[in-house]
Design a protein around this ligand. Structure first.
Ligand code: FCB
Length: 467
């Protein structure tokens, strides 16, 4: 059984991972601590007390992992670079051994005929930029402060200088929504803060950091520059005015807060009804920021997993800062009739088509070509007596979402590539190792990799696409 979706020639089929989720070697070769080391080592924050200390040990096994990619036949591999390997203290001395690791990885990929796609920030902020280390020169306070955006640009320039000639595709930030809102208002991601204004400042400074990094990448002459957003397809639970208003708030906080400045050079006109005086009274925006943020991009990366059904929710706390926390403004309700993945996420591929088409409708020619930089599902995988993993639900998920992507392209959306999340089972943030998204199983006791049925399915799809 091989599916052939007939993507246009040159369409990229790839796979994705991220540094903290797979690398391990957390204290090796001069890597400094990141906010995710601190967060995962704080008791009670990550399921089972899991940490990324060892993860998939990819730092030592990257050759084996590139061989898996080569076997799969992917055209491109999306990985992320750990900032604390490159600039361990967030600012100041550069760690050559960190650069050397990514240089070896990139060379290995190129030798395998795979295009590297590098993400500069997939959430592992050097800890010193959040809380200053003793004797260090970083000021701390993370993305709440503009200095962090400036440090990000310095780090980007260093990486681009060393890898820019060999890495054709660059992604500044991965899912800044998670960094800003899960990190600084919901507290479910590092650094685990529960603030309102702090999260809105973080969102803005992430965008400023993106803009400064775009400049640094352009100065280095790299081929393609983009950013990856997790955009939501928000559906109202009912047609009531309250639920429809909740969808506006959800769209603003998840989507428009990013796409309006990036693609239209303006702030969302629904931000006051979403955040009230927390946004109107802010002082972190500066003149010129929108021009910086809205520099032309070669592509927009979109990560998509599931739709969100939104219902109105009353404030549950009097603290106005809590207004920014998603769970205090609206709630997600189950989508009737949909299968749920191991994450509890509803499976509804047609909403993927709708999201992409709606982006095109909203931004028209201002929408750059898209890359789907993540899509995949966590399932309750079982190892069969024959040693195989027959993950039929994941195969169906991938097939249906690729079909939905194809439908969006047929409707006129310019999509250039698709990266499955993820090559490997890995450290799924607050869920630890419990949730498995890989098309390759990782046995965390032995570090043995076993390609699942989904790997074999994806390989035939790629082969059929290549003709
Ligand atoms: C995205 C993240 C990625 C992974 C998937 C499941 O939000 O970018 O690292 O955790 O979800």
């Amino acid at each position: 059984m091989s599916d052939h979706l007939g993507f246009p020639p040159g369409f990229v089929l790839g796979a994705a991972t991220a540094s903290y989720q797979i690398e391990g070697a957390a204290r090796e070769d001069g890597r400094g601590p990141s906010i995710w080391d601190t967060y995962s080592h704080t008791p009670g924050l990550v399921a089972n007390g899991d940490t990324g200390d060892v993860a998939c040990d990819h730092y030592h096994r990257y050759r084996e992992d590139v061989a898996l990619l080569r076997g799969l036949g992917v055209g491109s591999y999306r990985f992320s670079i750990a900032w604390p390997r490159i600039v361990p203290d967030g600012t100041g001395p550069v760690n050559q051994k960190g650069l050397d690791f990514y240089s070896r990885l990139v060379d290995e990929l190129l030798a395998a005929g795979i295009e590297p796609a590098a993400t500069l920030y997939h959430w592992d902020l050097p800890q010193a930029l959040e809380t200053p280390s003793e004797g260090g020169s970083a000021a701390g306070r993370g993305w709440r402060v503009r200095e962090t955006a400036e440090r990000f640009a310095e780090y980007t320039a260093v990486v681009a200088e060393h890898l820019g000639d060999r890495v054709p595709r660059w992604i500044t930030l991965n899912e800044p929504w998670c960094s800003a809102f899960l990190g600084y208002s919901v507290g479910r991601h590092a650094p685990g803060a529960k603030e309102g204004r702090g999260a809105l400042a973080a969102a803005h400074h992430l965008l400023v950091g993106h803009g400064l990094a775009v400049r640094a990448l352009r100065a280095a002459g790299v081929r393609e520059v983009g950013i990856t957003l997790n955009l939501d397809r928000n559906l109202p639970a009912t047609g009531s005015p309250a639920d429809l208003a909740a969808v506006v708030r959800a769209d603003t906080q998840h989507n428009l807060v990013w796409t309006e400045p990036l693609l239209a050079g303006r702030y969302p006109d629904t931000e006051e009804e979403t955040w009230g005086e927390l946004i109107s009274g802010q002082d972190f925006r500066r003149e010129g920021d929108l021009e910086l943020i809205s520099q032309p991009l070669d592509f927009l990366g979109v990560n998509y997993y599931r739709p969100v059904v939104v219902a109105d929710a009353p404030y549950r706390e009097s603290d106005p800062d809590r207004r920014v926390a998603t769970d205090n403004r609206y709630q997600e309700v189950p989508l009737a009739g949909a299968r749920r993945t191991a994450m509890g996420w509803p499976v509804a591929p047609a909403t993927f088509t709708d999201l992409l088409v709606s982006l095109k409708e909203r931004y028209g020619d201002a929408l750059p070509p898209l890359h789907i930089t993540e899509n995949g599902s966590a399932e309750e995988d079982e190892v069969s007596p024959d040693g195989a993993v027959h993950d039929t639900d994941r195969v169906a998920y991938l097939r249906d979402h690729l079909g939905a992507l194809r439908a969006a392209m047929d409707a006129g959306v310019d999509v250039r590539g698709y990266y499955v999340w993820s090559l490997l089972d890995n450290f799924e943030w607050a869920f630890g190792y419990d949730k498995r998204f890989g098309i390759v199983r990782v046995d965390y006791d032995t570090q043995r990799r076993t390609p699942k049925d989904s790997y074999h399915w994806y390989r035939s799809l790629i082969a059929a696409q290549r003709g």
